[in-house]
Write a protein that binds this ligand. Structure first.
Ligand code: B16
Ligand code: MG
Length: 215
């Protein structure tokens, strides 16, 4: 069997923190008098904090000091919102798949661009099912650079070709392909169609099905 490990993105794969990111950015945008819609928020999927802010600003001038203050402000709103997260917020099928991976003696890691990823997985109650955590603090270059997933694979002690990256964002699929990983894309083909395998969600997925698909 080829596949020995799985690397999971967080937002959009294991849970849906996108709504909380949206509410945080929206509150900041309202305060700055900048229009910001849910649709615009979709483009920020998997995109790191600073780049998200620059996208939201749409060329609105800002000093470095202001950028820092606004990022901190949005993050404080986000931290307030994620206090509501509980084990009930794990997306359907995700916990079952993590449990199957553990039972089969395979490895699982987190590969999230978020600097708050550890807190979220603790609140979801899935930290014990993850053998390694790579997050927004782990590497310099973020997705679509492959660094984050390479860091995760390294922590698992596995080469990329023995790992499947599970992602919901185009930038994440590109990062995984650039690193030489197998890719499972979750969501519409317009977004994750470059993945080796595309599924709507993890809801009905079984480990055996994935091992056969990538084996
Ligand atoms: P933070 P993922 C990403 O998470 C989110 O999709 C993206 O919207 C967010 O801006 C980014 O994390 C950084 O998050 O501000 O908490 O460091 O999909 O890579 O798990
Ligand atoms: Mg994501």
């Amino acid at each position: 069997m080829n596949i020995k490990g799985f690397i999971f993105d967080l937002d959009g794969v294991l849970t849906d923190t996108a709504e909380y990111h949206y509410r945080g950015w929206k509150r900041l945008a309202d305060e700055l008098g900048i229009p910001f819609t849910r649709q615009e928020n979709e483009a920020l999927r998997g995109i790191p904090r600073r780049e998200s802010l620059l996208t939201l600003l749409k060329g609105h001038p800002a000093t470095e000091e202001q950028l820092q203050e606004w990022m901190a402000r949005k993050n404080n709103y986000y931290l307030e919102f994620i206090r509501e997260i509980s084990p009930a917020d794990v997306l359907p099928g995700a916990r079952e798949l993590l449990e199957e991976i553990r039972a089969a003696g395979l490895k699982a890691a987190l590969g999230s661009a978020s600097k708050n990823a550890r807190e979220v997985i603790e609140r979801l109650g899935i930290a014990p099912l993850l053998d390694a955590v790579s997050d927004g603090n782990s590497v310099e270059r973020q997705k679509p650079a492959p660094d984050l997933f390479l860091h995760a694979a390294d922590q698992l002690g596995l080469p990329p070709w023995q790992c499947v990256v599970v992602e919901d964002a185009a930038a994440g699929i590109e990062a995984a392909l650039a690193g030489g990983f197998w890719t499972l894309g979750l969501g519409p083909r317009e977004r994750v169609g470059r993945a080796h395998l595309v599924l709507p969600s993890l809801e009905t997925v079984r480990l055996q099905q994935l091992l056969s698909a990538f084996g």
